[in-house]
Write a protein that binds this ligand. Structure first.
Ligand SMILES: Cc1ncc(COP(=O)(O)O)c(C=O)c1O
Length: 442
């Protein structure tokens, strides 16, 4: 017998009642991928308020990478709760903030001295990385990429590509932001061969800087090494390497936004390790706290020290509970079996998705890095016209049958798997069987 256990139709009566209250009380802006209200969760399983048990392939949007409520993380938080909830790092500093910074300085790649700033969300990490780069370079322009997602605050939103729903109605955006193409091989207009795409895309990046920005004005280049919301597209290592060399040559700060790709998501601590390219600054969030609101900018110490005292920081940044939890999460990554198990997940996902690609013509592309895997749906393999409808139907079928998963992509036509990296092989296969059935009955 599997782990999925449905006692009611989904959504059940209690979830439906809560959904009505939600509609009355909560602004409609924050979207919900499912109409299922959670009661409790453990590992890769979620129980809803109606007593139904789901397999979680979304990990709370790529956050609970070491699973829901790992006991060591829970007890680290409980110990901290009993000591103090808040002090304000800029009022009475505490060791947890320093210790987590030391830990990140050690695990983030780069053979140079590093420093860390702790904040509350991925968007805030992005904001601060740009502030740090501008303060360091004394330049203002920022180059970002097509299909990028960096968050919902003003600079993060200005760097984000997709208009609807992220930017519509919120103009004007921050100035001095330029957008270059991302090496999205499946949708590249002249070729789909990754190395050729990489070369052509880098040529376009250089052209943009030469013709519109001026290299001497660029403070930072910010990129997701694997597109997250943009559709789970890994950048070819050769492209990232070319950016690396260009930024070094022209005194620009290279920022990797690893908010979604960090903390084991791609089968290494960070995607940059798998792709073999080291940025100057890295933004981190999501998996860092396994659900606690914490994010970080970690990178070259001289850059991190560019803003003056009081120039960056905030009331809640690196709050004590989140630091205690994040340190326990880091222990699980460094000393637990997450890394080896994520290889099992990668193998299962890669194998099953390759089979799906062979079987179902509605699938145009399967791709990813490590356990971060996506499936792009099309109306026709020849025209590659995106099929958002397919993804929406599969997602609905999935939650109605006990599996929580998510869509992604500029065209909304990518099914993405952000599984808790502690999911068992049988839970994963059981959930993928449900999703596959959703493809079969499209
Ligand atoms: C790559 C990337 N950057 C930044 C963000 C924004 O993070 P947050 O939602 O914590 O502000 C996200 C969130 O999905 C993300 O995927």
């Amino acid at each position: 017998m599997g782990d999925i256990l449905l006692k009611t139709l989904v959504p059940g009566p209690k979830s439906q009642a809560l959904m009505k209250r939600r509609a009355q009380a909560v602004a409609r802006g924050p979207f919900h991928a499912t109409p299922v209200f959670i009661e409790q969760a453990q590992g890769a399983l979620i129980q809803d308020v109606d007593g139904n048990t789901f397999v979680d392939l979304a990990a709370g949007l790529g956050v609970v990478n070491v699973g829901h409520c790992p006991p060591s993380v829970v007890s680290a938080i409980q110990l901290q709760v009993a000591r103090f909830l808040h002090a304000g790092f800029n009022v009475t500093p505490y060791e947890g903030y320093v210790e987590l910074s030391e830990r990140l300085n050690r695990i983030v790649p780069g053979a140079w001295e590093k420093k860390t700033l702790l904040v509350n969300s991925g968007a805030e990490a992005v904001e601060n990385a740009i502030k740090i780069a501008r303060a360091y370079t004394k330049r203002s322009s920022v180059v970002c990429f097509d299909h990028a997602y960096h968050g919902r605050t003003y600079m993060a939103m200005s760097l984000t590509a997709k208009a609807k729903p992220y930017k519509s109605g919120f103009a004007p955006f921050n100035s001095d932001v330029y957008r270059a193409p991302y090496p999205y091989a499946y949708r590249w207009p002249t070729t789909n061969e990754p190395e050729q795409v990489s070369r052509e895309c880098f040529a376009k990046f250089c052209e943009l800087i030469q013709t519109q920005v001026g290299a001497e004005n660029v403070a930072a280049v910010i990129i997701e090494p694997v597109l997250g919301e943009g559709g789970f597209v890994p950048a070819p290592p050769s492209f990232l390497q070319a950016l690396r060399s260009y930024c070094s040559e022209h005194g620009m700060v290279l920022i990797f936004d690893e908010v979604q790709t960090g903390f084991g998501r791609t089968g290494a601590f960070f995607a940059s390790q798998r792709l073999g390219v080291t940025p100057d600054l890295m933004t981190l969030a999501k998996g860092l706290g396994d659900g606690l609101p914490i994010a970080a900018v970690t990178g070259r110490a001289d850059m991190m020290d560019a803003p003056g005292e009081g120039g960056i920081g905030g009331t809640f940044g690196g709050n004590p509970l989140a630091c205690a939890g994040a340190l326990a999460v880091a222990d699980l990554f460094e000393h637990g079996s997450v890394a080896s198990h994520s290889q099992v997940i990668e193998t299962v996902l890669e194998g099953r998705l390759a089979e799906w690609f062979k079987r179902y013509p509605v699938i145009g592309d399967v791709r990813g890095l490590g356990p971060m895997r996506g499936v792009e749906f099309v109306k026709d393999r020849f025209t590659r016209e995106p099929s958002k409808e397919a993804v929406q139907k599969i997602l609905k079928h999935s939650y109605e049958n006990g599996v929580i998963c998510l869509g992604a992509g500029t065209f909304g036509n990518v099914l993405r798997f952000l599984v808790p990296l502690v999911i068992s092989e049988s839970q994963l296969n059981e959930a993928l069987d449900v999703v596959e059935r959703g493809i079969q009955i499209l």
